[in-house]
Write a protein that binds this ligand. Structure first.
Ligand code: SF4
Ligand code: SF4
Length: 221
């Protein structure tokens, strides 16, 4: 989800890379689950997020749409996001009774990096430390790569950038064409290719993703 805002107002103004130390470690988030409440539609799932969660829960896209995810317009395209429950303080559907994440090893990338955020520039991205989001004032320094706790890190970082800039390019192409039918078709294909059509757990996720990306680019870019 793109945001137009002053970097100095939302962060400490620095850009962080994987080997940098950043004051983001919340030391186990003891007794806090603030960032798992009332997040609106902001926890947007990329295809890897969806693959991980749906395989862990053994649920299809359609089944998850019943209660755990919803579709919203994000930067001109329709994408899934995690649902917040309509109860007091609006907890995420995956927050358990002990106020802990019930899908912690499979949590989405946005949750993984919090309170860091991503800053996309020049076909790549860096991390920023968001300063208004997490109330823990006793954070410790930690290496970015350790904090984001993501397997296959280099491959993953490339995937994050490729997915972001693909969505941006697709949206720009569709806007330029201005053809309602084409926009509708691309929107449906995007969901079908990257979310609805199941990924095999026997094959590497990234290989499957890049085949789908190539196909989608051939059709619409
Ligand atoms: S708001 Fe900060 S301390 Fe609280 S759960 Fe989130 S990351 Fe942890
Ligand atoms: S998926 Fe887990 S970490 Fe992310 S908002 Fe929901 S409960 Fe919190």
């Amino acid at each position: 989800m793109r945001r137009d805002c002053d970097l100095n107002k939302i962060s400490d103004g620095k850009r962080y890379l994987l080997n940098d130390m950043v004051k983001a470690d919340c030391n186990g988030c003891k007794d806090c689950s603030v960032c798992c409440h009332d997040m609106g539609t902001s926890i947007v799932l990329d295809p890897l997020d969806f693959y991980r969660i749906s395989h862990f829960l053994n649920r299809s896209f359609e089944t998850m749409l019943d209660s755990q995810i919803e579709l919203n317009i994000v930067d001109g395209l329709i994408l899934p996001n995690l649902k917040m429950t309509e109860t007091l303080n609006k907890p995420c559907v995956f927050l358990n009774d002990s106020n802990r994440c019930s899908i912690h090893p499979y949590r989405p990338g946005i949750c993984r990096i919090f309170p860091l955020g991503r800053l996309y520039e020049n076909n790549s991205f860096s991390y920023i430390l968001q300063v208004n989001e997490c109330p823990n004032e006793q954070k410790s320094k930690i290496k970015v790569s350790k904090w984001i706790d993501t397997p296959d890190l280099n491959q993953n970082q490339q995937f994050i950038a490729d997915w972001h800039f693909f969505l941006k390019e697709l949206h720009e192409r569709l806007l330029a064409q201005g053809n309602e039918e084409c926009i509708k078709k691309a929107t449906m294909q995007l969901l079908q290719f990257f979310y609805i059509e199941p990924y095999s757990s026997e094959e590497d996720f990234y290989t499957q993703f890049y085949m789908r990306l190539l196909h989608m680019k051939k059709l619409f870019i």
